[in-house]
Design a protein around this ligand. Structure first.
Ligand SMILES: Nc1ncnc2c1ncn2[C@@H]1O[C@H](COP(=O)(O)OP(=O)(O)O)[C@@H](O)[C@H]1O
Ligand SMILES: [Mg+2]
Length: 377
C-alpha cells in the first residue's frame, strides 16, 4: 500500500504545538514533505533554536504518523528542523497564526542575481560551463559566487583545485573558498563523495538550503548554481528552494541530450523561472594539431535549433577541445588558465550574453521570489 501526502498531512494535523496551541499543519510549519515509497521526510520550521521543543515535536510527529498510517506501510521517517527567523510567529505564546503576509527574502539579501546552470543529462558539460562562466563573470570585475549543488558528483573541488577545508566564522557561517576571483562552496569540501551517495533526496535539499543560509556569501553580483543532472525531484526542489533569477541550459547537439534539455526548459517554465538561454557544448571537435578543422561528431547545431524552436535565446557554442578538459582536470578552468585561447574567448562571449539576457530579464520581470512550497492545510 502506498502512502499519500494527504494521509501524512492529516496525521500531522493531530500534532499540537505546545506554545501556539494549534496543529502544525494549520500553523504552516511543515515544509518539503516528500514520500518515496515507504519513506517519509519533511522539515519542521521553527522560529528559534529550542532543542527540547524540536525533540518533542519530532517525537509527536513520528507517533502521529505511526498511529494514523498503517505501520506496515512506513519504514522510515526523517524530520529535519529548519530554524527560520523569517517564520517568527506573530505575538508570543498566544493563539495567533503565523505571519501570513509574504516575508521579504532575507536569506540571500546581498546576492543580486542567482543563475542556475542546468541540463537534462549528465556529462554534457554543466560543471565545465558553470565554472568557466563564473570565472569569466569575475574577470569583468563582478563579485561572483559558485555553489556546487551536485551533491552526488561535486565537480568544483577538482575543477578549482580545492583541497583545503573552508573556515567557519564566529557566527558559525561557512566562508567560501576564493579561487580565480570566484567564491566557491561545494558539498565536496565537506563530505566524502562516497558518503553522500547514500543520501536521500530530502537530505540533499536541506543541505542546499543550508548552503544558501549558513554560508557567509556577502555581497555578490552573481551566484552561479551548478545543478545536479536531471529534472527529477531533487532538481525541482532545488529550483523551488532558491530564489532563482534565471536558468541557463547546457546541451550537446545530439538528440538524446536535446530531449533532456527540453525537459529542463519545461521544468523551469513550470516553476516560473525564466530560461536565460541555451548553450551548446561540445558543438564540434577541434583537434589540437589541426585547429582549423571542425568535426561535428554529435550532429550540427542541435541546441541552437532547439533554442529557436523553444523561443529562448541561444547563448553560444563551446567546441570540444582537449585543453578544456585538461585544464578542468588540473584545477584551473580554461578561462583562468588560458584566457586568450579561442575556448576561453568563447566562454567569455557566453558570459557576456548571459549578462545581456539577465539585463533584459530584470527589466521585464520582478525579482523571482522563492517559490512557496509550504503545505497548505
Ligand atoms: N567543451 C569541452 N571540451 C572538452 N571536454 C569537455 C568539454 N565540456 C566538458 N568536457 C569534459 O567532459 C566531462 C564532463 O563534463 P562536466 O562539466 O563534468 O559535465 P556535467 O557537469 O554536465 O556532468 C569532463 O571531463 C569535462 O572536462
Ligand atoms: Mg556536473
Amino acid at each position: 500500500m502506498s502512502i499519500h501526502k494527504e494521509q501524512v498531512k492529516s496525521a500531522l494535523s493531530q500534532v499540537i504545538h505546545p506554545e501556539y496551541k494549534r496543529d502544525l499543519i494549520s500553523l504552516d510549519l511543515i515544509q518539503d514533505l516528500i514520500i518515496q515509497e515507504k519513506y517519509i521526510s519533511f522539515t519542521l520550521e521553527l522560529p528559534r533554536k529550542d532543542e527540547r521543543l524540536a525533540d518533542h515535536l519530532k517525537r509527536e510527529c513520528t507517533a502521529a504518523i505511526h498511529k494514523f498510517i498503517d505501520p506496515g506501510a512506513v519504514t522510515d521517517i526523517t524530520v529535519g528542523i529548519n530554524i527560520s527567523r523569517q517564520r517568527e510567529l506573530d505575538g508570543d505564546a498566544d493563539n495567533t497564526a503565523p505571519a501570513s503576509k509574504p516575508q521579504p527574502e532575507t536569506v540571500l539579501g546581498g546576492v543580486k542575481n542567482i543563475i542556475a546552470v542546468a541540463s537534462g543529462k549528465g556529462g554534457v558539460g554543466k560543471s565545465t560551463v558553470a565554472a568557466n562562466l563564473a570565472v569569466a563573470l569575475a574577470q569583468t570585475g563582478a563579485k561572483v559566487g559558485l555553489l556546487d549543488t551536485d551533491i552526488y558528483g561535486p565537480s568544483v573541488p577538482t575543477m578549482f583545485g580545492v583541497t583545503e577545508r573552508p573556515n567557519i566564522t564566529t557566527q558559525k557561517k561557512l566562508v567560501p573558498i576564493e579561487k580565480f576571483g570566484v567564491h566557491l562552496v561545494s558539498m565536496g569540501f565537506l563530505v566524502d563523495t562516497d558518503q553522500a551517495m547514500i543520501w536521500r533526496g530530502p537530505m540533499v535539499t536541506s543541505a542546499v538550503k543550508q548552503f544558501m543560509q549558513e554560508v557567509a556569501w556577502g555581497d555578490l553580483d552573481y551566484m552561479v548554481l551548478d545543478m545536479p543532472p536531471g529534472t527529477g525531484d531533487i532538481q525541482l526542489t532545488i529550483v523551488q528552494t532558491v530564489p532563482l533569477t534565471g536558468a541557463v541550459i547546457v546541451s550537446t547537439p545530439q538528440t538524446v541530450a536535446l530531449d533532456d534539455a527540453r525537459k529542463g526548459v519545461a521544468m523551469f517554465n513550470k516553476v516560473n523561472v525564466p530560461v536565460l538561454g541555451i548553450i551548446e557544448n561540445m558543438a564540434y571537435f577541434v583537434p589540437d594539431d589541426m585547429p582549423e578543422k571542425k568535426y561535428y561528431i554529435f550532429g550540427r547545431h542541435g541546441a541552437r535549433k532547439l533554442a529557436e524552436r523553444l523561443e529562448v535565446p541561444f547563448l553560444g557554442e563551446v567546441p570540444l577541445r582537449e585543453r578544456v578538459r585538461e585544464t578542468s582536470d588540473l584545477g584551473t578552468p580554461i578561462v583562468a588558465a588560458e584566457p586568450s585561447s579561442p575556448s576561453a574567448i568563447g566562454f567569455k562571449e557566453i558570459a557576456n550574453r548571459v549578462e545581456q539576457s539577465l539585463i533584459v530579464r530584470n527589466q521585464e520581470k520582478e525579482a523571482t521570489r522563492k517559490i512557496d512550497i509550504r503545505i497548505r492545510p
